[in-house]
Write a protein that binds this ligand. Structure first.
Ligand code: MTE
Ligand code: MO
Length: 199
């Protein structure tokens, strides 16, 4: 797979590329199944479980503070892309708009199309995490999760749910799609948390 699409990181970038990863040329698309086509007029994000139930529309998100984030992106299939430029709403700003029960220690991310992925409250509530609607100054393309996706830069990118439409707050850990299919429950790239069996 090296060569046309991937390259070994240069010396000065190698400290930014986690072990076992290669730099992607361009921005690959990694989707299981069909790409949902969701208009911003129809897009909704629901909150339920151990939080006061609430439904957010696109304009609700546009009224929250809009911030920029530049972050590296690491897919467990061994490609990384450095300095991806996003714009959107931080998870910490969003959390100020909802009431989460203190007993909630895990979150299930739900998406249009049925994809799910789980994350601990601690990993979710980081200030770097983003609901992104803009990529490199352009509306987020559908194949990259537009109109809205989550971006969780410190974990493998399968935690960065595309076409996000729900957050379910949980009292204990439940497994999402890839986590039920053998992937690690947390997925930290520097520790190479790729598979549930640690392999
Ligand atoms: N809804 C949904 N979100 C998803 C996926 C998916 O298949 N469906 N794939 C995940 C994986 S494995 C990766 S690497 C990233 C890829 O994001 P990209 O296609 O924008 O590169 O999205 C993640 N989020
Ligand atoms: Mo991935």
């Amino acid at each position: 797979m090296l060569g046309k699409f991937f390259q070994k990181p240069d010396e000065e970038l190698s400290d930014r590329v986690p072990p076992g990863q290669y730099l992607a040329k361009g921005f690959p698309v990694l989707t299981y199944g069909e790409t949902p086509q969701i208009d911003t007029r129809d897009w909704e994000l629901k909150v339920w479980g151990l939080a006061a139930p609430k439904t957010f529309t696109w304009s609700d998100f546009m009224e929250m503070p809009q911030r920029e984030l530049t972050a590296d992106f690491h897919c467990v299939t061994r490609w990384s892309k450095l300095d991806v430029k996003w714009r959107g709403v931080t998870v910490t700003d969003f959390l100020n708009c909802i009431e989460v029960d203190p007993k909630a220690v895990h979150v299930m991310e739900h998406c249009y199309g049925g994809y799910t992925t789980n994350i601990s409250m601690e990993d979710f509530a980081r200030s770097q995490n983003f609901f992104a609607h803009t990529l490199s100054g352009e509306p987020l393309p559908a194949e990259h999760g537009g109109p809205m996706r989550l971006v969780v830069p410190h974990l493998y990118a399968w935690k960065s749910a595309k076409w996000i439409n729900g957050l379910e707050f949980l009292s204990e850990e439940e497994l999402g799609f890839w986590e039920r299919n053998g992937y690690h429950t947390r997925g930290e790239p520097w520790a190479q948390e790729r598979y549930a069996d640690g392999g």
